[in-house]
Design a binder for this molecule. Structure first.
Ligand code: GCO
Length: 264
């Protein structure tokens, strides 16, 4: 009898910040593996509706919920509505986040705090209110979207690096405390991907674009669809004994010190 360890049929997955970019791509991957997708955003209902329609056009069951992951009251209300209107959340991907590219010397405390709140505190808020249902059901999957900046510093993204470094350790602590309830908490660390977030530093001829092509052994920017496999793995039965890991999907960046730009 063949068993598909990666089958997500019958599962419900909430992906925060999933109206576009990496969140949308990971949600699509989970949907293609059989999951029902809860699309979340906080900017516009139109973007949420468009993402839901795209999933449905791909044969994926999807429902949209607009709420601010940084607002605990809004999260409590939304999670209660989803659990009542759609069903038990089996999989949570904490993907929503922002970046502010400013040298630390010039960064306002308010800007630093905004990044920490959305990229580190919000995954805690959403997880806190989703996991209590998972504990009762004695099963669940939580995936925190980390970054190269969970491992490496980069100038001008200090607040983001602090948040993503903290998110890596929060992932390990969630795993430490919640594995006993058959809840697997892991992370995905994307390398440099072609998204709207990276668009400003990815244009042809931009020095950072050339730097990343040279710094990435795969010599290219990632395609958001490249994240689907890791998301499906960490959401499925195939990872039932995997806890506290960050799976880096980075084309090899973290494997190497890099090479001189004039070396092939
Ligand atoms: C940047 C990029 C990165 C990537 C990603 C790398 O300015 O360096 O936006 O932050 O988005 O996080 O893992």
């Amino acid at each position: 009898m063949s068993v598909n360890l990666f089958d997500l049929s019958g599962k419900i997955a909430l992906v925060t910040g999933s109206t576009h970019g990496l969140g949308m791509a990971m949600a699509k991957g989970l949907g293609m593996a059989g999951a029902t997708i809860i699309v979340n955003g906080n900017s516009s209902q139109e973007k949420i509706d468009k993402a839901v329609a795209e999933h449905k056009a791909n044969g994926i069951n999807a429902v949209g919920y607009k709420f601010n992951v940084a607002n605990e009251e809004a999260v409590i209300e939304a999670i209660a509505k989803i659990e009542k209107e759609v069903g038990p959340i089996d999989i949570l991907i904490n993907n929503a986040g922002i970046i502010k590219r400013t040298p630390l010397l010039e960064m306002e405390v308010s800007d630093f705090t905004e990044v920490i709140n959305l990229d580190l505190v919000s995954p805690f808020i959403v997880s806190k209110h989703v996991v209590k249902h998972m504990v009762k059901r004695q099963h669940g999957k939580i995936i925190n979207i980390c970054s190269m900046m969970s491992e490496l510093g980069r100038s001008k993204v200090g607040a983001y690096a602090a948040a993503k470094g903290g998110l890596k350790m929060l992932t390990k602590n969630m795993a430490t405390e919640w594995a006993r309830y058959n809840i697997q908490v892991n992370g995905i660390g994307p390398g440099y991907f072609a998204t709207t977030q990276t668009a400003p530093i990815r244009t042809d001829g931009h020095p950072f674009n050339d730097f990343i092509i040279n710094r990435t052994p795969a010599a290219k920017w990632g395609d958001p669809d490249d994240l689907a496999g890791a998301a499906i793995f960490l959401s499925s039965k195939a990872s039932d004994f995997v806890n506290g890991h960050v799976v880096y999907v980075d084309g090899g960046i973290l494997a190497t010190i890099g090479k001189p730009s004039n070396e092939n």
